[in-house]
Design a protein around this ligand. Structure first.
Ligand code: WTA
Length: 658
């Protein structure tokens, strides 16, 4: 292997955690899963699908890959996604089981059973039909984390329409461009939702989005806006267009038969920004998506639906909210917490209060959240009873070993298995993860492809790098929940994901990864973020992990900045822990941290510059935007910041660096 194609690996992590014998004995996923999938991959998926879902018309075909990269799964089967998530649990006698334990940010709460949620969705489906929404129509959802958001997704699915959920933090402009791209007929929104103790006015943003654009007379495709009352804030009203949810849904008939739709009927579009260019409308369809969402949710989280209380903290505006708040858990008949607000309202520790209050057993969140809790200190979670927890999950970024250990020790009482789940909006469901009753876990490694999934790490030419080497993560075989395309742009779909390894027919995920000596997978960050220092390709993730392993550091972001001598030089932006700052202050720390990285990884990785900052630039889903930090490190004008959660952060950082 030449140095150009590989990513050098320098950081060693040797801690290992096997599942306890009791956990392993009661686990849902058995080791035979791997054998079965290995022996007959398509047969394995067919079996999973039949076991986990109800098919109105059973399928006879499994995978049709005759026109790659456009896959069809279970194509001649028919099902109704909402029926699978609702009615069938009621028909099986579980109507009284709680589906949603909803907690509003101000402290109000609602318990909604499967029977009640089914009833609500049936009424709402009738309302959608009355509003002219039918098979194949697009419906945009712009909602807070309230039960009506879940009901809306399911009602859209129930009538065979396609939802496009737009995260409530996006602006009117972003909302409009997504509505236009999909040609949405209906918008479902709320007057407002609670965030950080205030009502964020969603309906106002919808009004702005739908207004004529700059006098160009460009009308939106939207015919109606259905509005849930939540914030009780004042809203403008267009009597021809706007409809209050509470005026029509409770009055609608609760009789609604779930019609069966083809397995490849589109279920949703979800826009993902990517690092450049206009957002891509990632398209997912029904049968394959629901199969893999249900399968992964059950096996990766070890779901025992009769006894577990599951909580995934993701907003429904992200893929994690689609697959692991709505479709996976509800298809599996789980009882779950849905929380409206932010982790620090009314004070830090709110999440731990929610876990204590509802006795959450399975908890799924993101490394960015975990690191911010580390920053606040362990005394906050330690003041709560978290003993109900038995499985912890992580998603969205590489979780550095230090955060992993903290998560297990402080949140998981040093005993819970942690599943670090790698996947993407495009993959629809988890692809790489430990199975909690089987895998001996390694802090920082996402570990192994799930049974039924084929992953490899290859060089630029598509040859496997083999164990103990780094390269590019690829998916070598089609999978049931794969994206079926980019809405309205098949060419872009091919170019973005399939052109790089066209000869091999591999899907290129855009992530760097390494296989260790056991063949376990370590994610190294987006390939666009890889640095090249004196001819060595270094991963941002490893150096960040090393920085965070120092007792002073809460969070770190590393970028490569052009350097006359080394090609690129490592530049680090570091947030310090509050306790450490109070006791020691920041003096001399940059030098200490440089030495620390040098000791841990090697002199090659020693940061040229370390900047102590108060915040890092993040997207609304919590991913660090290293592109912007590179601009600062190289002394350039900072680029496009519109996708930042907080656009002020970059000016603060620029000022601090100067
Ligand atoms: C990153 C989120 C390391 C990765 C479900 C991927 C991860 C991108 C992990 C997709 C993980 C997600 N370890 N990196 N466990 N999970 N990523 O579309 O770079 O919001 O390509 O989907 O997040 O982000 P997306």
């Amino acid at each position: 292997m030449s140095a150009e194609n590989t990513i050098d690996h320098l950081l060693d992590e040797t801690r290992r955690f096997a599942p306890s014998p009791e956990f392993a004995a009661a686990a849902i996923a058995r080791p035979e899963l791997y054998e079965k999938a290995e022996a007959d991959r398509e047969g394995f998926w067919a079996e999973q699908s039949r076991e986990l879902l109800h098919w109105h018309t059973p399928f006879t075909e499994v995978l049709d890959w005759s026109n790659p990269p456009f896959a069809k799964w279970f194509a001649d089967g028919e099902l109704n996604v909402a029926y699978n998530c609702l009615d069938r649990h009621v028909e099986a006698g579980n109507g009284d089981r709680v589906a949603l334990l909803w907690e509003g940010e101000p402290g109000d709460s609602r318990r909604i059973t499967y029977a009640e949620l089914t009833d609500e969705v049936k009424r709402l489906a009738n309302v959608l039909t009355d509003l002219g929404v039918g098979e194949g129509d697009r419906v945009a959802l712009y909602l807070p984390m309230i039960p009506e958001a879940v009901a809306s997704m399911l009602a859209v699915a129930r009538v065979g329409a396609i939802h496009s959920v737009i995260f409530g933090g996006f602006s009117a402009d972003s909302l409009r461009s997504r509505i236009d791209d999909a040609g949405a007929k209906l918008v479902i929104t709320a007057d407002g939702g609670w965030r950080k103790g205030k009502v964020s006015p969603l309906k106002t943003a919808v009004d702005q989005a739908l207004a004529d654009r700059g006098g160009q007379g460009e009308q939106a495709t939207v015919e109606h806006v259905l509005v849930v009352r939540r914030g009780e804030n004042e809203v403008d009203w267009d009597a021809d267009r706007d409809v209050w949810y509470h005026d029509v849904v409770p009055q609608a008939s609760a009789e609604h038969e779930a019609r069966a739709f083809g397995a490849e009927s589109p279920l949703f579009i979800l826009y993902t920004s990517g690092t450049t260019g206009k957002p891509k409308g990632i398209l997912h369809t029904s049968g394959g998506y629901l199969t893999q969402a249900a399968y992964t949710h059950r096996n990766v989280f070890d779901l025992h639906p009769e006894t577990d209380v599951y909580w995934c903290t993701a907003d429904i505006g992200w893929i994690t909210g689609h697959s692991y708040v709505v479709y996976g858990p509800l298809a599996n008949g789980a009882t779950q917490v849905l929380y409206e607000g932010t982790p620090e309202h009314p004070e830090p520790g709110r999440w731990w209060d929610v876990i204590e209050k509802y006795g959450v057993t399975i908890f799924y969140t993101a490394p960015t959240a975990i690191r911010s809790f580390m920053k606040q200190g362990r005394q906050i979670p330690q003041a709560r009873d978290l003993s109900s927890l038995r499985v912890l999950g992580s998603v969205g970024e590489p979780i550095n070993p230090e955060a992993w250990i903290w998560y297990r020790e402080v949140i998981g009482a040093g005993t819970t298995p942690i599943v670090d789940t790698w996947w993407q909006t495009e993959t629809g469901a988890i692809m790489v993860s430990a199975l909690p009753g089987i895998t001996e876990t390694k802090p920082g490694s996402a570990q192994v492809a799930l049974p039924g999934i084929s992953i490899d790490v290859v060089d630029d030419a598509g040859s496997p790098v083999g164990n103990d080497a780094g390269g590019l993560l690829v998916i070598t075989e089609p999978w049931p929940s794969m994206l079926r395309g980019i809405w309205g742009d098949p060419e872009r779909y091919k170019e973005t994901y399939w052109d790089k390894f066209r000869d091999q027919g591999y899907y290129f995920a855009g992530d760097g990864a390494r296989l260790d000596e056991d063949g376990d997978i370590w994610l190294l960050g987006r390939v666009d973020d890889v640095m090249n220092v004196s001819g060595h390709r270094l991963s941002t993730a490893e150096i960040e992990s090393s920085l965070v392993a120092h007792e002073a550091t809460a969070e770190a972001a590393v970028v490569g900045a052009s350097d006359e001598t080394t090609g690129q030089a490592v530049v680090a932006f570091v947030i310090l822990k509050e306790n450490y700052l109070k006791e020691h202050g920041p003096e001399g720390l940059a030098q200490t941290l440089r030495q620390h990285v040098s000791d841990q990884i090697g002199a090659i990785a020693r940061p040229r510059d370390i900047y102590i900052v108060g915040e890092l630039p993040k997207t609304r889903s919590g991913k660090i935007m290293r592109r912007l930090l590179r601009d600062v490190a190289e002394g350039r004008e900072v680029g496009d910041t519109t996708t930042l959660a907080d656009t002020m952060v970059m000016s603060t950082i620029s000022a601090q660096v100067k």
